[in-house]
Every structure is written in structure tokens, then in C-alpha cells.
Design a protein around this ligand. Structure first.
Ligand code: TNX
Length: 511
């Protein structure tokens, strides 16, 4: 090679590299299959083109029930607006005519001049909008470019939950709403609120005012605590419903009840009012199970709670009642079951409730004992899987985590992701697995930053376990998609854990 051609060769290389770099930075790939969606859709295929979506894109709804989802989209993408024009940029409809999509699935066709999102039910459209929002680049550049193609998507499990313990540390309405927004973005459909425990009673019961006057007045560490008025609780319920999320309220009974025992003397076997508790021990408290006052109390609480809870479930806890004799525990669960049914609700409880004679419709949450869950499965109960070793978001990531517990396990981001609900308990048949739930206990969690640190990014793994078929789940592709979500965490101001098992520098392949 002479000097000139060498020079031209090097120049060519440099220009080529420059072109590659700039094209990567400014242009999204034209293949929808290169998406970074979480949870991974069931079917996704690119058609190799791009749709240019204007900042003032128009949205048309084919059914009045889609007004809410459309408004949600507009809130997330200010500038978009509703139109009655058939030729809108985004058309939302309920004419999917595809049984397999169920109530929550959707189909989205992105062509080069329109997005058609259809489902059988408004909830499916809402989940489809979460997918669309993840496909819209975060940068302010307009028009927005989205690769064309088709997505057909529906959940693996009917129940996809997360639990927030608002008793050990109290979290106000705004924090709970932020948490609801977190889970809605990843297609969860249940928020289980752990409303009562030894350290605080957090829901107003109008006929039992001392529960909040006294029982809500503190929390772990002796802070001020707090509670939701019934109006505030209903505001949370509505906020969740607008995001197709059902609230499952838990009143933990008959153990984990020191806050109630400190509020009403008649709940104690010795008739003396208990003391408020601000430590972190478990298993020391119990309602007096052979005292009629106890059942009058449970009746009064469930009656008021059922009246303000539109969802089908009341969770009665039942965990770690170590201070209750086994036969008393069984007697209590049987009676609590009747009270929940009397108010038209379905009972849910931690796996210990399977020791009682529970109705077939009741739902059992496996957290600790596979044996309890097997017993429930034999009885035909639906099972929710929350195995502490895999799904407890209050567990530390590794020994250096700044908060969290490690009694069940250290749960790194890959371990949180890498499990199949079908393999958790061999004695529970797949048909009885109602879904999964990832709880966040808050003994060590004091504020929103702490919540974000433990929940992000593990929450997204649980979202994918609950939604996507096992056959398409894969840690190697997941970790790349997860890295891409970091941009979204940052734009929401979420203080996430930068796990060393994820290569956070490989940012959004679509953006
Ligand atoms: C066990 S899990 C509990 C909770 C604690 C948690 C801490 C369950 C049903 N009971 O009371 O907060 O461990 O990890």
C-alpha cells in the first residue's frame, strides 16, 4: 500500500467509525425485536420500519372505558391529546377478539403511520400502554421514533403482587401512591398493604378509635408512626384501581397484634392493657383466643375494612403466632374465616392458616413452610408464592448492603430473577399457583430512599417472573434489558442499587 492509499484507508476507517457512533447515538434500531422491554412480551416481531410519533400525537378511544388509560398516557406524555378522528396516531380499542389475551392481555400493531392497541378489556389496554411507554425514548427529541412491528402479550399468572409493610415504619399516602406507580409500570396488579403489626395499627376503624389514637402512635425505633383515615385509604384504593391494581389489605391476626393489645385491654387474656412496642422481635404477641371480645373485635374491624375495600380479599395474616397454642390458633383461624366470609370477602393468609379448616376458595401465601402450602394444595386452595429465600425484598443483596435483613438469604439481583414458580414447591400443582408476590418488610426501611434501594431493581425481576412465560425468560438477555431500564429509574429520580451483576453502562438499545 502506498502512502496515499494508506491515508485514504485510515480516513475511511475513521469516518466509518464516526458514522457508526453517531448513528448509534441518534437513531433507534429499526428492529422492534431489539427492544429492552420488562417484562418480556409473549410474542414480539419487528417489521423493519419506523413510526414517527409527533409530540402532539393524537389518541382515539373506541370505548368510553378507555378514557382513564388514555388520560394516563397523556399524563406520562404531555402534549399528546384525545381526538375523535378515526385517523389518530394512536388508536385504543376493545376489539381484540382474542380469547387467549384474557382480561389483561393486549395486541399492539405499530405500522409506519399508526399504533393500534387493542384488548378484550380496559386493563389489557392499560398494560399495553406500559409497553408503549417503555418503547418511547426518554430524550426530548421529537418526533419520537418507534420501531414498527407487532406485540401480542398476556400474563402467565392472574395474581402479580407486591407487599408493602406500612406498620413497622409508616409510609404516608403520597409514598404509597409512588409505590403504586412503580409497580404499575411493570404490570403488577396487586398491592398487598400490611396494615397492622406489633409496632403500629395503620387503618382507622371508626368503632375502635383507640386503635389509631394509641396503636398508631409509634413505629420501629420510636418514631411518630401514623395511620390512614378511611377516606385516605379509599383514595389509595381508587388511585390503585385507576392503574388496574387491586389493594389487598392485611390485618395480621392473632399474633403480631401488640399495637391492638396496647389499645384495648379486653383483647388481652389478663384483661390488662398491653404496652406499645417499638422493637423488631416477632412472635411474642397474641389476641386472647378464648375471649368472646376478641371475635367482636375482629368482626368490627373486618366489617369496616370490607366496606371500604372493593377488591375480593381480606388478608388475615396468621404468621408466626408463636405465643398462641396450636389448637387455639386453629380455633381462631376457623372463626376468622367465618367473619371474612360473612362480609362477602375471600380470606387470604400466610401459609400457617392452612393448619385451620379453611374454605377451598381461600388463598394461602407460602412464605416459609412448603408443608403448609402442600396441605392447602391438597385442600384445593390457590397458592401465592412468596418464598422468603427468593422473593423477600427486605433481604440484603450481599453482606455489604446498607439496610435489610439476611435471616432467609442474601438475594442478589440474579438470584431474585432466576427462579421458576413451578419449581418452588413440588407438591403444589401448577394449576393451583395463583401467582407470586414480592413483599417488602420495613423493620430496616425508614423512608422512600430506603424503599427504592431495596426494591430497585429486584422488583422488575419479580414482574417478569409473574408475567412472562418461563420458556422465554433468560438471565443473559434480562440483564441487558435491565441495564437499559436504568435511564428510566434515573428519569423518575429512583435511587436504585447498582448491582455488580448488571453492566449498567450498556444503556437502552432502543433509545
Ligand atoms: C417474617 S414473613 C415475618 C415478618 C417480618 C419478616 C422480616 C412473615 C409472614 N413474617 O413479620 O417482618 O420476617 O423479614
Amino acid at each position: 500500500m502506498n502512502l496515499e492509499s494508506k491515508y485514504a484507508y485510515v480516513l475511511g476507517l475513521v469516518l466509518g467509525a464516526l458514522l457508526l457512533v453517531t448513528s448509534c447515538e441518534t437513531k433507534p434500531p429499526t428492529n422492534l425485536a431489539d427492544h429492552t422491554l420488562i417484562p418480556h412480551p409473549v410474542e414480539i416481531a419487528g417489521t423493519g420500519d419506523r413510526f414517527q410519533l409527533a409530540r402532539a400525537a393524537t389518541i382515539q378511544i373506541a370505548d368510553a372505558s378507555l378514557q382513564g388509560p388514555a388520560e394516563y398516557l397523556i399524563k406520562a406524555q404531555p402534549g399528546m391529546k384525545l381526538t375523535t378522528d378515526q385517523k389518530a396516531d394512536i388508536v385504543l380499542s376493545l376489539d381484540a377478539n382474542d380469547e387467549q389475551l384474557g382480561e389483561e392481555g393486549y395486541v399492539m400493531n405499530i405500522s409506519d403511520d399508526q399504533i393500534l392497541l387493542s384488548a378484550n378489556h380496559s386493563g389489557g389496554v392499560f398494560h399495553g400502554l406500559q409497553t408503549l411507554l417503555q418503547l418511547i425514548p426518554l430524550s426530548d427529541e421529537r418526533p419520537i421514533e418507534i420501531p414498527t412491528g407487532t406485540i401480542r402479550d398476556y400474563p402467565r399468572y392472574a395474581y402479580r403482587g407486591s407487599m408493602l409493610d406500612v406498620s413497622r415504619h409508616f409510609f404516608g399516602v403520597e409514598d404509597v401512591k409512588r409505590y403504586i406507580d412503580f409497580i404499575a409500570a411493570y404490570k403488577f396488579n396487586v398491592l398487598h398493604l400490611h396494615l397492622t403489626d406489633d409496632q403500629g395499627w395503620r387503618i382507622e376503624i371508626k368503632s375502635k378509635p383507640a386503635l389509631t389514637a394509641i396503636g398508631a402512635s409509634t413505629e420501629v425505633g420510636g418514631g411518630a408512626g401514623g395511620f390512614y383515615t378511611q377516606e385516605q385509604y379509599q383514595d389509595i384504593v381508587q388511585y390503585a384501581a385507576d392503574r388496574f391494581i387491586t389493594i389487598v389489605p392485611e390485618i395480621d391476626l392473632p399474633g403480631h397484634t401488640q399495637a391492638a393489645l396496647a389499645s384495648y385491654p379486653e383483647l388481652n387474656c389478663d384483661g390488662k392493657v398491653g404496652e406499645l412496642y417499638t422493637g423488631t422481635k416477632v412472635g411474642f404477641s397474641t389476641l386472647c383466643t378464648d375471649n368472646e371480645a376478641t371475635y367482636e373485635f375482629v368482626d368490627a374491624v373486618v366489617k369496616e375494612l370490607a366496606a371500604i375495600t372493593p377488591g375480593p380479599f381480606i388478608h388475615i395474616g396468621g404468621d408466626e403466632s408463636h405465643a398462641t397454642e396450636k389448637e387455639d390458633f386453629i380455633y381462631f383461624i376457623n372463626r376468622a374465616q367465618k367473619i371474612v366470609s360473612k362480609y362477602g370477602k375471600t380470606m387470604m393468609g400466610w401459609d400457617e392458616i392452612a393448619q385451620g379448616e379453611i374454605e377451598k376458595e381461600s388463598v394461602v401465601q407460602q412464605w416459609n413452610s412448603a408443608g403448609n402450602a402442600s396441605k392447602a394444595a391438597e385442600n384445593g386452595n390457590r397458592i401465592i408464592l412468596s418464598p422468603a429465600k427468593l422473593a423477600y425484598m427486605d433481604m440484603k443483596y450481599d453482606s455489604t448492603s446498607r439496610i435489610g435483613y439476611d435471616w432467609a438469604a442474601l438475594i442478589e439481583v440474579d438470584q431474585a430473577y432466576n427462579w421458576d414458580p413451578d419449581s418452588v414447591n413440588a407438591t403444589v400443582p401448577s394449576e393451583l399457583i395463583y401467582g407470586i408476590e414480592a413483599p417488602l418488610w420495613t423493620e430496616t426501611v425508614e423512608n422512600m430512599e430506603d424503599i427504592e434501594y431495596l426494591v430497585f431493581p429486584r422488583l422488575l425481576g419479580y414482574a417478569e417472573i409473574g408475567w412472562s412465560p418461563q420458556s422465554i425468560r433468560n438471565w443473559e438477555t434480562y440483564r441487558v434489558r435491565l441495564a437499559a431500564q436504568a435511564l428510566r429509574f434515573e428519569s423518575e429520580g429512583i435511587d436504585f442499587y447498582r448491582s455488580p451483576v448488571v453492566d449498567w453502562e450498556k444503556k437502552d438499545s432502543i433509545n
